[in-house]
Design a protein around this ligand. Structure first.
Ligand SMILES: *[C@@H]1O[C@H](CO)[C@@H](O)[C@H](O)[C@H]1NC(C)=O
Ligand SMILES: *[C@@H]1O[C@H](CO)[C@@H](O)[C@H](O)[C@H]1NC(C)=O
Ligand SMILES: *[C@@H]1O[C@H](CO)[C@@H](O)[C@H](O)[C@H]1NC(C)=O
Ligand SMILES: *[C@@H]1O[C@H](CO)[C@@H](O)[C@H](O)[C@H]1NC(C)=O
Ligand SMILES: *[C@@H]1O[C@H](CO)[C@@H](O)[C@H](O)[C@H]1NC(C)=O
Length: 707
């Protein structure tokens, strides 16, 4: 290639001149072997050299380290619930309930029905009447999926999908036991005594207390027969005579449910909420204490797409031989996997996940995937991690990893998760937690309304978490009723990762080890981000965070004093300048001299990636670029006749966030060369062009594709 590089400028200039008039949309070709080597990779390798010495030190340190006493206690085992509440062989005969509204639901195809199996004994008959389930059955394509949806709908109807009652194992209890009665209190419309209200058709002290307990409130107030109020404080107004609270309960006429602007207040038995133990200041970061043991983190990088360079860049910025890096690449994204695997082979603290999942937005399979990661990670005896931190390719550090480690070391043992806030009933509704979902055919089908298990506190929020090892191990292995029951329920839950760990933490022996911080800031602009963009895969609407742009830099700097270590989303195809700004901010000029600092490239086609590339239109374009190159070579001298072997890969190239061209790489041979060599060409769009034959006809536009 050396020869062609030397000549390239001259050749190009001549070619461009010569062909200027021939194409009304022409391409200038540069035969440049790009040194788009993986610059960042080199940095990683340098770090590798110090690994050995580091390992020795870390091991010494680890010997001195004993876990805090609070974690030695093994959680008590409670009455076990069966792993499954139904038998796999159960045959369900089902039919549509004709009395239900059938307007919007197409009738079911007879051939889709179950074929009863004579030698299976267990049989139940069920009428699928939930309109969501019937709609799902009609839209699903395969018989298997239709059958599974039916089974779930039938079991849900009978309350056999997951336990109806669970017991919290949180040792912290409120001052007053569940059901303690405080008295009848006045209320005022302008400013209510308790925080949120829900109308319960079957209102009764028991039902209202359960409702408020589920929502995580300390007090329940029954008012005006059907109103169930919940709050963490009560007593703004005076206690009144019991006779003001004497309306009968719709759910139990032997009991009373308050009156007009007067309510009966009960305790839910929950413990008072503690202040965040890991306060929202970063004092620890500056005064990092050398004598405290440093935690070790496993970064679980769940990545997909093709932005390999960004993933490596992220890895480089969070890389330290002390920590661990575990990659999961979506099973549909072969190219990314292919590019990351060599890293895992080179570095002892980088591994690829054993099992690969094709997770869908909001799908139950995502939680399953996390359990498989945790299982893997706990089985690596040579990986001594303390924290499980989840990242994706669109996350980027906004502080150094050293500061994160100082922070986590100071609060070692806590689990870092963000709660949605106060109004849990609204969260449950918006999040679809009160609906059953079922995943099949790569789609998440809505099965219909459900009752949440009673007796435990619900919560949820962000799915970006920092989990302590003991809690991970507990969530994976425990046989406690609450763990197994929740896992059953979460196999039928939308966005499971946004609430599973939250709920489990609240209701397990670890309940005191919560820090309400997910270490992340997310660029929400709900007006722009909330659409039903996943409608084709999920029967629900959701929000997605927005990408950061260079002008958001100040917004990120506002988090300087807070223990927020990552932000999302960053997408270099959209805006790489902000990523560069973050790098300069964090590391000074360390990377600024990198040749490709202002470039970004992303693979479009790779000959070894059979699964995700293969659009005929684009292939045709790549072929014609190569043909042009061959002709240009040939026109120079017949000795330069190239024989094209194969397109190797095509990358999109960006410079300063503008599309700069396509880099097409192919193998070719010359008659005088022994073997084929890879040639890389940069194909750029010409900014000025002339129509070459103004008088003649311009043919019809054959094809135009814009992506
Ligand atoms: C029922 O489904 C089968 C395939 O599952 C199809 O061949 C048939 O045409 C369908 N019948 C009706 C009435 O839709
Ligand atoms: C669940 O708890 C309620 C009271 O909270 C009780 O009435 C009911 O029988 C329990 N159900 C089961 C299946 O234990
Ligand atoms: C550092 O940690 C040790 C042991 O945990 C503690 O005794 C000491 O007070 C800490 N020093 C500072 C400055 O935080
Ligand atoms: C981890 O990251 C993915 C995005 O790649 C996210 O969808 C998922 O919910 C996260 N899970 C946890 C446990 O943080
Ligand atoms: C392209 O050529 C190089 C150099 O001869 C060779 O090592 C490589 O295997 C070739 N690639 C393909 C896909 O033929």
């Amino acid at each position: 290639m050396a020869a062609s590089r030397v000549n390239s400028d001259r050749v190009c200039a001549r070619i461009c001149h010569k062909y200027k008039y021939f194409f009304y949309f022409s391409f200038c070709l540069l035969c440049l072997q790009f040194f788009i080597g993986y610059n960042f990779y080199a940095v990683i390798q340098k770090k590798l050299e110090s690994t050995e010495e580091w390992k020795r030190k870390a091991e010494e340190q680890l010997k001195r380290l004993t876990p805090p006493a609070s974690f030695q206690a093994k959680p008590a085992t409670f009455s076990k619930v069966p792993k499954k509440l139904y038998h796999d062989n159960e045959q369900i005969h089902w039919h549509i309930d004709d009395s239900a509204d059938v307007k919007s639901v197409p009738s079911l195809n007879q051939s889709d029905k179950f074929k009863p199996n004579a030698d299976k004994k267990m049989e139940i008959t069920c009428v699928v009447d939930a309109k969501e389930a019937r709609s799902a059955i009609s839209r699903a394509k395969t018989v298997e999926c239709k059958q599974e949806i039916t089974k779930v709908a039938c079991l849900a109807k009978e309350g056999r999908l997951y336990p109806t009652n669970l017991t919290s194992l949180c040792p912290f209890k409120g001052t007053y036991p569940k059901g303690h009665y405080f008295g009848c209190y006045k209320d005022v419309t302008q400013q209510r005594d308790l925080a949120v209200v829900k109308e319960l058709a079957q209102n009764s002290p028991n039902n209202c207390i359960e409702f408020c307990l589920t929502a995580g409130y300390l007090y329940a107030g029954l008012q005006y027969t059907k109103e169930c109020w919940c709050g963490d404080m009560y007593g703004l107004y005076d206690k009144v005579l019991e006779s003001s609270c004497s309306s009968k309960c719709p759910g139990d006429p032997t009991l009373t449910c308050g009156g007009y602007l007067s309510q009966r207040i009960f305790s839910t038995g929950l413990a008072e909420k503690k202040k965040n133990p890991a306060p929202l200041v970063t004092d620890v970061i500056s005064s990092s204490n050398e004598s405290t043991a440093r935690v070790r983190i496993v970064f679980v990088l769940t990545v997909s797409g093709r932005a390999v360079r960004q993933v490596k860049r992220l890895l480089n910025n969070i890389y330290h031989p002390q920590h661990y890096y575990y990659f999961h690449v979506d099973s549909r994204h072969q190219y990314m996997y292919m590019e990351l695997k060599p890293l895992a082979e080179k570095l002892p603290n980088v591994r690829m996940s054993g099992q690969r999942f094709a997770t869908i937005w909001g799908g139950a399979s995502l939680l399953e995937a996390h359990f498989s990661f945790i299982k893997d990670l706990l089985s690596f005896v040579d990986w001594h991690w303390d924290y499980y931190i989840n990242l994706s390719e669109s996350d980027y550090p906004i502080k150094t990893i050293e500061s994160l480690v100082s922070y986590l070391s100071k609060y070692k043992g806590f689990n870092f998760m963000k709660s949605h806030g106060r109004d849990t009933p609204t969260f449950i509704r918006k999040q679809g937690l009160d609906q059953n979902f079922y995943e099949c055919e790569n789609h998440l089908w809505r099965i219909g309304h459900r009752e949440l298990p009673k007796g435990i506190r619900f919560d949820g929020g962000s799915d970006w978490v920092g989990l302590y090892r003991d809690f991970c191990s507990y969530a994976l292995n425990s046989e406690d009723e609450v763990v197994i029951g929740l896992k059953q329920m979460f196999s039928y839950t939308l966005l499971p990762v946004e609430s599973f760990f939250h709920i489990l933490l609240h209701n397990s022996v670890f309940c005191g080890m919560w820090a309400d911080n997910n270490l992340h800031m997310t660029n929400w602009r709900r007006k722009q981000g909330c659409k039903c963009q996943y409608k084709h895969i999920v029967d629900w609407c959701g929000c997605s965070p927005n990408d950061f742009h260079a002008e958001d830099f100040d917004k990120i700097l506002n988090y300087e004093g807070k223990p927020i270590f990552f932000a999302r989303k960053f997408e270099p195809v959209v805006d790489q300048e902000i990523i560069n700004m973050m790098d300069i901010h964090l590391f000074g000029g360390k990377y600024q001299d990198t040749i490709s600092f202002k470039y970004f490239w992303q693979n479009e086609y790779h000959h070894l990636d059979k699964s995700t590339t293969g659009n005929d239109v684009t292939r045709t374009f790549y072929d014609s670029f190569i043909r042009r190159t061959v002709r240009l070579f040939q026109s120079k001298s017949s000795r330069c006749a190239l024989k094209v072997k194969e397109i190797l890969e095509v990358n999109l190239l960006f410079y300063l966030d503008h599309f700069n061209g396509l880099v097409v790489q192919f193998n070719a041979s010359l008659s005088e060369w022994q073997k084929s060599v890879p040639i890389e060409i940069l194909v750029q769009q010409k900014h000025y062009y002339k129509i070459l034959n103004p008088e003649g006809h311009i043919g019809r536009l054959q094809n135009l594709e814009i992506k």
